[in-house]
Design a protein around this ligand. Structure first.
Ligand code: HEM
Length: 358
């Protein structure tokens, strides 16, 4: 067990104790011309900045023997690495971001009332062993240069108090103007997400602790070959969108909202009852909207899929949505979840106020 850590010690570094936010954190910044994404600020990088997910990601989940010192050491290393230190072998940071979250066990030890203290439940069909369920620390390292990402991970790990549970390297295809890119099933992913400061403040960022958010990570193995063997029209019915443009099957063009009520002349739903976008729609789940920032992975034949990553201010948004999917989403016939965890992504930090420590 980690030594008990007070909420003050876990979060004081961000200067957020008791601070109920009147509005959300500042808008996300784009990378500068040298490829740097702001590391310091009210929120951590890698959630809504840069605006579109980078091409490469290395996500790992760790157990902590103690919290003492770990977050402070990580803060220093992240600050140095993202500034393009020698540990990047002289390479520019190329959009490098590091995002740190702590698991429910650590959160509960700090303050059981804090958001993020609830474990993710097991869902029907999950095939997750103990090692791939939960965990104390999330390290999400992303960037546009895979060499830089690998060097950054090398510079971050090796802490005596951390033990690796699992790790996944993943990638993102080219993105459209709205930040969405294609997944391994060939469909545009990331269209319906909270956008802009007001919506992000409403759906993603916590007011207390200000600048924190709840992450969900699910490694979903996909039957890519089985899905691609379906006729394209059938693939489109599975998602409820066109493969080429991403237009909803309810029509209106690629930018149109999904119309769940739209029907054919003979009364059939244009977006089928078991289509993914219907099952996952906030109107179906009765929940908020999550910021999905997923990556693809390919670990060889039969082990390809989606490294699903979402950020939301309330874990119930994910849980309610996942339950609606489990009840009858055609897409889940092609998916098996093999890792599952949730983390409190700590508020942003600065040189003077390290992650979660005073
Ligand atoms: C099996 C792996 C998955 C794949 C390949 C996938 C892919 C997609 C695609 C292509 C879309 C339509 C475009 C878009 O709006 O981004 C979509 C929508 C969405 N997905 Fe998934 N998804 C997967 C799993 C999940 C899971 C596990 C959740 C959450 C429990 C989820 C939540 C959503 C939501 C909320 C939408 C937007 C629905 C709307 O309002 O239109 N997805 N997904």
């Amino acid at each position: 067990m980690p030594t008990a850590v007070s909420r003050r010690r876990l979060l004081a570094g961000a200067g957020v104790l008791g601070a109920a936010a009147a509005c959300g954190p500042a808008p996300a910044a784009a990378p500068d011309a040298g490829g740097s994404v702001a590391t310091h600020g009210e929120t951590q990088a890698g959630v809504d900045r840069p605006a579109a997910a980078q091409a490469h990601c290395d996500l790992s989940v760790w157990d902590m023997s103690t919290v003492d010192g770990v977050l402070g050491r990580l803060s220093e290393r992240i600050t140095a690495l993202t500034a393009g230190s020698d540990r990047l072998a002289g390479q520019p940071p190329a959009g490098l971001t590091v995002t740190v979250g702590v698991g429910p066990r650590i959160v509960r030890a700090a303050d059981p009332a804090l958001p993020g203290g609830t474990d993710l439940p097991e869902f029907p069909g999950d095939r997750v062993d103990d090692r791939h369920r939960g965990g104390d620390l999330l390290l999400q390292v992303c960037g546009d240069d895979p060499v830089v990402v690998a060097l950054a991970v090398t510079g971050l790990i090796g802490d005596r108090d951390l033990t690796l549970r699992w790790r996944q390297r993943a990638f993102h295809g080219p993105v459209r103007d709205d930040g969405a890119g294609r997944n391994l099933l060939g469909f545009v992913d990331g269209i319906v997400v909270p956008r802009g400061p007001a919506e992000l403040a409403r759906q993603v960022w916590l007011g207390d602790p200000r600048g924190a958010t709840i992450a969900v990570v699910r490694r979903m193995r996909l039957d890519v070959a089985g899905f691609l063997a379906l006729p394209v029209a059938e693939q489109e019915r599975v998602f409820g969108r066109r493969r080429d443009t991403g237009e909803p099957l309810s029509g209106g063009g690629p930018d149109a909202a999904v119309d769940l009520g739209a029907k054919t002349a003979d009364g059939q739903y244009l977006v089928p009852a078991d289509a993914h976008v219907r099952r996952a729609h906030p109107l179906t789940s009765g929940s908020g909207l999550m910021l999905r920032r997923s990556y693809n992975f390919d670990d060889g034949p039969g082990d390809q899929g989606l490294l699903f990553v979402s950020f939301q201010r309330d874990l119930r948004t994910f849980v309610a949505t996942q339950h609606r999917l489990a009840e009858g989403d055609a897409l889940l016939r092609f998916a098996i979840t093999t890792a599952s965890a949730t983390f409190l992504v700590l508020p942003g930090f600065t040189r003077d106020r390290p992650l979660g420590l005073g």
